[in-house]
Design a protein around this ligand. Structure first.
Ligand code: PHE
Length: 336
């Protein structure tokens, strides 16, 4: 029995050292330590021995069993680290890599927000070309031939009759030419002006234009829709004020201010101590404009408004230089 035990032990250790993977190791374990394994059967036959031989044999049998178990455990570990070495590129303990996600430019976000407010009030969205003709940008909007805005100093001419639009108002004309009244549209877009570049003005900026033409449209309707807009965009307690102004394509015309939300109207640096911030131009569509698109000014009337998205966003976020919108510095953009 002693020989049998010692032989089984040696054989087991040799087979363990030759096992190439965990399932082969498991086969070895079953062959020696399983229910019908060699060592198990020897242990079970201890009962047949005489009282004198049993203790010594029992001790040896247990030593052999323990040796095999220990060797099995060591081999399992060794095989495991070999697997890890074989695939060094997969380190599951490394944190994952973050994907770069794109974001919408703050001016795009503001434009979308403005447009959404007006579409919820029943306005449809329309767009027009950035390269325009003098007719759409000026003539049809009732700008006289000698109006200073037509000057090369304010307008980028592209030669012949073409120019970069200086406002989104030409889209009013294009929409009204394409359909009869009633029209209720918002027209977002990029516009260009030959301006001095400084913290307050840039050569490119964004506008959102609005137009409503129907029977019996009044200045009161204009006030109502702008009040609703200002409340939604700047907050419910924002006050609103209309100042008389002039645009060739509206009569009467107004510039619209909101109560300064920084100082609550008390006067601060942002509102230049006036308590008010100018946010848009507006007015009743001039009959000459309606005539230019073959609408009958006796039958229909309308209002129009136009706001600068850059200016509104600067006010809202306290941005003091318009050029930040166009430099694409991630440190700026990532804040929105
Ligand atoms: N087009 C004008 C501008 O760019 C704004 C405006 C639009 C004013 C519609 C009145 C009506 O300054």
């Amino acid at each position: 029995m002693r020989d049998e035990l010692e032989q089984a032990g040696r054989q087991a250790l040799e087979e363990i050292s030759r096992a190439k993977n965990e399932s082969e190791l498991e086969q070895v374990r079953i062959r020696f330590l399983g229910r019908k394994g060699k060592v198990t059967l020897l242990l079970r036959s201890l009962g047949d021995l005489s009282d004198e031989d049993r203790p010594a044999m029992g001790k040896l049998a247990n030593q052999v069993k323990e040796k095999i178990e220990k060797s099995l455990a060591q081999r399992v570990q060794a095989l495991g680290s070999q697997v890890r070495e074989a695939v060094p590129s997969l380190d599951i303990t490394l944190p994952g890599r973050k994907w770069w996600t794109g974001g919408l430019h703050p001016l795009t976000q503001a434009t979308q927000e403005i447009v959404e407010i007006f579409t919820s009030l029943g306005f449809r969205v329309a767009t027009g070309p950035e390269v325009e003709t003098e007719y759409y940008n000026f003539e049809a909007l009732n700008f006289p031939k000698d109006h200073p805005a037509r000057d090369m100093q304010d307008t980028y001419y592209l030669g012949d009759d073409l120019l970069l639009r200086t406002h989104t108002s030409p889209v009013q004309i294009r929409v009204m030419e394409s359909q009869g009244p009633p029209v209720r549209v918002v027209m977002p877009g990029r516009v260009y002006r030959n301006e001095e570049i400084n913290p307050r003005s840039f050569t490119v900026f964004y506008q959102v234009e609005g137009l409503y033409v129907d029977q019996h449209v009044t200045f009161g309707d204009l006030k109502g829709v702008l009040a609703a807009f200002v409340e939604r965009f700047f907050g419910p307690k924002t006050s609103l004020r209309f100042r008389p102004s002039f645009f060739p394509f509206t009569e009467p015309s107004a510039e619209v201010d909101i109560g300064c939300f920084i100082c609550q109207g008390k006067g601060c640096r942002v509102c230049k101590r006036t308590g008010w911030l100018e946010i848009l131009g507006a007015g009743m569509v001039d009959p000459a404009v309606l005539e230019a698109v073959n609408y009958d000014p006796e039958e229909v009337s309308g209002y129009a408004f136009g706001m600068g998205v850059d200016r509104i966003s600067m006010l809202r976020y306290g941005i003091d230089d318009i050029r930040l919108f166009y430099e694409n510095d991630l440190r700026f953009l990532q804040q929105f």
